[in-house]
Design a protein around this ligand. Structure first.
Ligand code: NDP
Length: 407
């Protein structure tokens, strides 16, 4: 390996075997916290050194997600203050980005599967692979050492190079480009785990799945995955145009949520208001039945808006079914009517990211069913703050990605 002082511009790649000492990165610093437009700035920083179980990746493309928005705002946590807590040395800057595709430029001596020159996908779930409980068979997503790369840990994807652990890496599906691979990984593996991981409530052939935010990054990916696994996706969206896109991507139909008004917490409602809430939620459930063509309620509800929708998710879920939740875009302070949980023996299950096993199975599915993620927009490297602002404003459907290894 040769180290060089030469500065490579974004889009230029050093030859394999050559590693620059400095790289361009979008950094966040304490004094700039507030919004993606102010918080993110390009700086020239040191290329991180790798440890024995780590790889140095030359990023080609990266997915945009809410981690960058929250990191820019500094809430619910200040990522700069805590970035030394997760296998990294403490730095006064933070490089975000939790989903990437790229090329391996260096490997530590303990790395087994990958070699310099391999094209790989990098996911956000990072953990200590030598954790005794994991070695004994525990799901790595349950490990105390697990955290999200590029949010809780530093040296994420929004840089020319990233330092990653082998347990974050998977091969790129043969049918995908670098942009598609970066777009597919996080939402695809998250959706796949939500549908396949939770024993007793895994997706079965012909099951109805309600997908909130059907035209969003996670939603479109979930629709494709449900179809590929033999289920019947029903989308919830905020416009007919988005609903038609969901149908094009495989949804059996859609519900325009703007036609309903029963959103948010239920515990502050008066008895009269709550009766009205039940009437609205019942109407919503009947719309699902109408789309499906029979009185078949969702076996799985794929939930992520949180506060606004959780009471409805639980109400419309089939008996013995599961509301599986991976986020809380509208607020994480939600409430529910507990009767619908125990009387109908439904389950609320949290789900977060996915393991390497989930990722491998998902990539197999992507190849077998020739799934291509729906990309709302591919941004140039220089447009990264705008990409985050667009995500926050829901400016585009589907997944947003930036190019890094392209001029
Ligand atoms: P997007 O912004 O692309 O899509 C989210 C969609 O949710 C929107 O398009 C919108 O659709 C819908 N939505 C937003 N607010 C509400 C609301 N109040 N009520 C109902 N629907 C709403 O985001 P992503 O799909 O990328 O991510 C969605 C969520 O999933 C985020 O919270 C994200 O953090 C989480 N996530 C979690 C992961 C994990 O591993 N835990 C991985 C990936 C995502 P419309 O207006 O059309 O209804």
């Amino acid at each position: 390996m040769v180290y060089t002082d030469k500065i490579y511009e974004v889009g230029e790649r050093p030859p394999l075997g050559v590693i620059p000492r400095k790289m361009y990165a979008w950094t966040i610093r304490n004094e700039r916290l507030g919004s993606p437009e102010t918080a993110f700035q390009v700086e020239l920083v040191d290329v991180p050194e790798i440890r024995d179980d780590e790889l140095l990746i030359c990023n080609m493309s990266a997915g945009i997600n809410y981690n960058g928005i929250w990191a820019s705002k500094g809430v619910p946590k200040n990522v700069i203050d805590s970035n030394g807590d997760y296998f990294d040395e403490k730095q006064d800057f933070h490089i975000c980005g939790s989903e990437s595709s790229g090329i391996v430029y260096a490997v530590g001596k303990d790395v087994q599967k990958y070699r310099v020159g391999d094209a790989i996908c990098v996911g956000g779930l990072k953990y200590d692979a030598k954790d005794k409980a994991i070695l004994a068979g525990m799901d790595p997503c349950f490990s105390a050492s697990y955290h999200i790369w590029g949010y809780e840990g530093n040296y994420g994807a929004f840089a020319q190079f990233s330092r990653v652990k082998e347990c974050q890496c998977v091969r790129i599906a043969k049918n995908l480009t670098f942009e598609e691979a970066a777009a597919a990984y996080a939402t695809g593996v998250t959706a796949y785990r939500m549908l396949s991981r939770w024993e007793g409530n895994t997706l079965q052939q012909g099951d109805v799945v309600l997908v909130w935010g059907g035209a969003g990054g996670l939603g479109l990916s979930a629709i494709q995955t449900v179809v590929a696994m033999g289920g019947i996706p029903v989308a919830v969206v905020s416009s007919d145009e988005k609903g038609e896109l969901c149908k094009k991507m495989g949804a059996a139909g859609y519900i325009n949520r703007k036609k309903f008004h029963h959103w948010g917490n239920v515990n502050q409602l008066s008895e009269r208001e709550y009766r009205n809430w039940i009437a609205q939620a019942t109407k919503f459930k009947r719309m699902i039945w109408k789309i499906v063509g029979e009185k078949k309620s969702p076996a799985i509800v794929l939930e992520h808006p949180g506060k606004d929708t959780l009471p409805t998710s639980l109400f419309v879920c089939g008996n013995g079914g599961m509301v599986v939740l991976c986020g809380a875009t509208s607020s994480y302070k939600a409430d529910i009517d507990l009767r619908f949980l125990w009387l109908n023996q439904r389950r609320i299950q949290g789900s977060h990211a996915g393991t390497l096993e989930d990722a491998d199975k998902y990539i197999d599915l992507v190849e077998r069913k020739d799934i291509h993620p729906y990309i709302g927009k591919v941004y140039h490297w220089s447009e990264l703050p705008q990409a985050h602002a667009d995500l926050e404003n829901h400016a585009y459907n589907g997944k947003l990605v930036i190019q890094i290894g392209v001029k």
